[in-house]
Structures are given as structure tokens and as C-alpha cells.
Write a protein of this length. Structure first.
Length: 55
């Protein structure tokens, strides 16, 4: 595979949110992190709405 094409293909599957040299993450891993935090927020909101507290 042409090195330029290979580089472009990898850039489409990796994302770097930190800007650090080796800070790339796979897109599917990033999506899993987002899903986790969405579930945490949803559960927190649900517990607050139902009156459940950690006290």
C-alpha cells in the first residue's frame, strides 16, 4: 500500500483528543468511553428523579 494512502487510512480510524504525539485512540474505543459516560449520567439522573441517594 502506498505510504500516503496508508497514513490517510490510519488517520480515519484513529483520533487524537490530547494533541500529544502518541495520544491516538481507536474510534471504537472512544465510542465505548462515550457510551460509558452517557450510561453513568443517565443512571445518576434516574436515581435523582426516583429519590434514591447515596446517604
Amino acid at each position: 500500500m502506498d505510504p500516503k494512502l496508508q497514513c490517510d487510512a490510519l488517520r480515519n480510524w484513529l483520533v487524537n483528543l490530547t494533541g500529544r504525539k502518541n495520544g491516538f485512540k481507536e474510534i471504537d474505543m472512544l465510542q465505548e468511553h462515550h457510551n460509558f459516560w452517557l450510561k453513568v449520567r443517565q443512571m445518576t439522573w434516574t436515581l435523582k428523579q426516583t429519590g434514591w441517594t447515596s446517604r
